[in-house]
Design a protein around this ligand. Structure first.
Ligand code: DAH
Length: 391
């Protein structure tokens, strides 16, 4: 018996569920029967024709005649059923089209071709199944994203978890809670892009494009008690005019480890291991004193130039990536400043009990070095000829 839409007298959820299930099983059974274009047309008209199609009928017989207090529920059901029917009709149409194409190809002798056929020689327009198929480019990871993922995975293997934070950040997280007080000259080191129209807000709430991934240190410590070990990949912005080594938008990977008894030795050991994983086991690391408001002591870390092997020369030519010094600056790091814990002390960060280290590196720079790219702008111009080299 073909399915007919019943009149509903019972509008309880159970009755509605049963009526929908019956309709859907009829739909699926009928769709499965369709085998050609004519069958599809009949199927389509029966279900979605405006005049007396099954969808029109459930609208009339179920929704319009539903009592007021059941209308909402029935309306939702009917909408779901309409969606399901339309999807099934489209699928059936596509399936028929494929069947038709297959049938035509069969008629032309593709079968004979596939099994290495006896009749192949007589066929006029043969299909050569050894020809390469149609190449559909599916895209690839962008070299900078790929590099970020590689850096992140080195730290994941050390037990770090991945955290992210907003690119549009408040003054508080980007600066204040990282121990850059308002008007402190250390802010000048990160030329910032501010969001306009924020003057009526207190300074700490004003929005800006984050200049580094370090604010996610604070955001994470607010949510997670020590001990923590996190890596933070992300996009950052600075008011730097673009040139071969600068871009107003670039990428960083940040790290933070806080526990009891973490020392500068842990920082050095961890970062030295990470650099060997990233650049090869013969790479050496070297730390020079530096200053960041949120770490004390602070350092810049250098790796021995893996282009010239640390000699500063490539044959008789000077080595450009390390500016002939044999060392490449790769990141900033240090022991988390006690003042930073002060901003999260009610979350379990007591500077007398915990200690930790942090670091931040430019991912674009690592990508430039690893791939031998000489202009950072290439990464962001979207020229497929450049990007295709990394597929
Ligand atoms: N946020 C710093 C920058 O963008 C880099 C940095 C330095 C991050 C030292 C750190 C750190 O976590 O400890 O210049």
């Amino acid at each position: 018996m073909p399915y007919t839409v019943p009149k509903l007298t019972d509008y309880s959820p159970e009755a509605l569920e049963k009526a929908s299930a019956n309709l859907l099983s009829a739909l699926n059974a009928e769709a499965a029967q369709v085998a050609d274009e004519d069958g599809y047309k009949a199927f389509r008209d029966r279900w979605v024709a405006r005049k007396n199609g099954i969808l029109t009928q459930i609208n009339d017989l179920w929704l319009k005649s539903a009592p007021k207090d059941a209308k909402r529920e029935v309306g939702q059901r009917v909408n779901e059923l309409i969606g399901a029917v339309e999807t099934r009709v489209t699928e059936t149409e596509l399936r028929c089209r494929d069947l038709a194409i297959l049938k035509k190809a069969r008629a032309k002798g593709i079968d004979a071709e596939i099994d290495g056929s006896r009749r192949a020689a007589e066929l006029s327009d043969r299909i050569d199944i050894t020809l390469p198929g149609i190449h559909r480019p599916i895209g690839a990871e962008h070299p900078v994203i790929k590099t970020m993922n590689e850096i992140v995975s080195v730290f994941r293997n050390l037990g770090y978890s991945v955290q992210e934070g907003p690119v549009i950040e408040t003054d508080y997280y980007n600066f204040e809670a990282l121990n850059f007080p308002p008007n402190h000259p250390a802010r000048d080191t990160q030329d910032t892009l501010f969001i306009a129209g924020q003057d009526s807000k207190q300074q700490r709430d004003r929005l800006l494009l984050r200049t580094h991934t370090s604010p996610v240190q604070i955001r994470t410590m607010e949510r997670m008690k020590p001990p923590i070990r996190i890596v933070i990949p992300g996009k950052v912005h600075r008011n730097d005019p673009p040139d071969a080594s600068h871009s107003p938008m670039f990428h960083q990977v940040e790290g933070l480890a806080v526990d009891t008894n973490i020392t500068f030795g842990d920082l050095k050991g961890t970062l030295d291991h990470a650099m060997k994983m990233l650049f090869g086991s013969s790479v050496k690391t070297h730390f020079r004193p530096s200053f960041f408001p949120f770490t004390e002591p602070s350092a810049e870390m250098y790796v021995s130039c893996f282009i010239c092997g640390g000699s500063g020369k490539r044959g008789t030519e000077p080595c450009r990536p390390c500016k002939q010094t044999g060392w490449i600056e790769i990141l900033g790091c240090g022991m988390v400043d006690p003042n930073v814990y002060g901003f999260v002390k009610d979350k379990g960060y007591d500077s007398r009990k915990v200690s930790g280290f942090a670091f931040g590196m430019g991912a674009d720079r690592v990508a430039i070095l690893n791939y031998g790219v000489d202009d950072i702008q290439m990464f962001f111009q979207g020229d497929v000829r450049f990007l295709q080299q990394f597929e």
